[in-house]
Design a protein around this ligand. Structure first.
Ligand code: SAM
Length: 327
């Protein structure tokens, strides 16, 4: 990595440059202009609003693009005024802001950028990508960070050099891809040996499936705008009931699960409008994705073993497994 005199958003220090982007097929550096070009295979990759695109505009994650552009700010700490994303990232990963400063981080499936903001604030050299148009929402919120590079690309065809990142971060993504094992294993190709990773995934609850599974076969096929307008009407009706049920000591959280709207009581959000907004976003996020494939601990243990990582732990937390360690 070379040094540049750019200032980053958080620390006002000198930060290293990002590596040039490489052709996902030929792995040679791309030449830059109004678009990116590969001298070997002649592929041309457009640059839209400053963001290179390596996937077709329409793909299986189009609903995510809709969701994150509609809710560009909802989950950003700078918008909510609460350190919800910061605490979640730092607690789950056990990384500190000091460790991240000046190091290269690959953030995979960045959505609207709630975690991009946290990573950029540490002074890390952040590369964030998403397969969907969510990258434009992320740019609108986090584009002011000089230490951020955004790319629209898929985990399966990335324009980065292998083993080139110090940290790998991926939250809320792999269960939404068509082949979760392939996704999980592919991510590690981009982490340098000795680099640190933190990935989460929905935990499979075989004996206790969520009621949204009843509706998903229909809702995942609906046009995003139509589904969204249903969710917008459903949440104000059902959220008060869900909140009331969840306040019952002991059984409350199980009873609230019967009501098919997302409930964020545990976050202590400030007022009803903010609670409703988060609920609309996450209820849509339950029903819209083309793929939703929770994983068992046993399967994750097998994948981790196959990868021969130096260190890895799998921790269960609120319906998720967090897999973290060192390559
Ligand atoms: C539930 S969202 C999570 C976004 C963000 N990480 C967060 O926690 O707020 C899942 C994201 O994964 C992205 N995604 C799904 N498949 C992907 C792939 N193959 N490559 C890159 N991103 C992908 C979606 O577009 C979506 O923005």
């Amino acid at each position: 990595m070379t040094s540049s005199a750019q200032e980053n958003g958080g620390a006002g220090m000198e930060i290293p440059c990002h590596e040039p982007l490489h052709c996902p097929r030929c792995h040679v550096p791309l030449s830059a202009g109004n678009e990116l070009r590969c001298a070997v295979c002649s592929a041309v990759y457009p640059i839209e609003n400053g963001i290179p695109r390596f996937v077709p505009k329409d793909n299986y994650a189009t609903g995510f693009g809709f969701q994150w552009n509609r809710h560009r700010l909802t989950q950003l700490d700078s918008h909510s005024g609460m350190p919800i994303s910061r605490d979640r990232l730092l607690n789950a990963s056990r990384w500190s802001a000091d460790e991240l400063r000046g190091r290269t981080v690959l953030e995979c499936g960045s959505g609207a950028g709630r975690f991009t903001e946290v990573l950029c604030e540490t002074g890390a050299v952040v590369t964030s990508f998403d397969i969907s148009s969510a990258v434009h929402a992320n740019a609108a919120s986090n584009g002011h960070f000089a230490n951020l590079r955004l790319v629209q690309a898929s985990i399966y065809e990335l324009p980065f050099l292998e083993e080139s990142f110090d940290f790998l971060f991926c939250f809320g993504v792999i269960q939404h891809t068509p082949d979760v094992e392939r996704t999980f294993k592919t991510l590690f190709r981009y982490l340098r040996p000795g680099g640190r990773f933190c990935i989460d995934v929905y935990a499979a609850m075989v004996a206790y499936p969520h009621p949204r599974q009843l509706f998903r076969p229909i809702t995942k096929r609906m046009p995003p705008a139509k589904l969204y307008s249903h969710v917008e009407r459903m949440v104000p009706r059902l959220l008060p009931l869900s909140m009331k049920l969840s306040s019952i000591p002991g059984a409350g959280q199980y009873l609230a699960r019967m009501v098919p709207v997302a409930n964020h009581r545990h976050l202590g959000l400030k007022d009803e409008e903010i609670q409703r907004n988060w609920s609309v976003l996450d209820t849509f996020d339950w029903f819209a994705p083309r793929y939703e494939q929770p994983q068992t601990r046993r399967r994750l243990e097998r994948w981790v073993k196959d990868l021969e990582l130096s260190e890895a732990s799998i921790v269960r937390h609120r319906g998720l497994y967090v897999i973290r360690g060192v390559k």
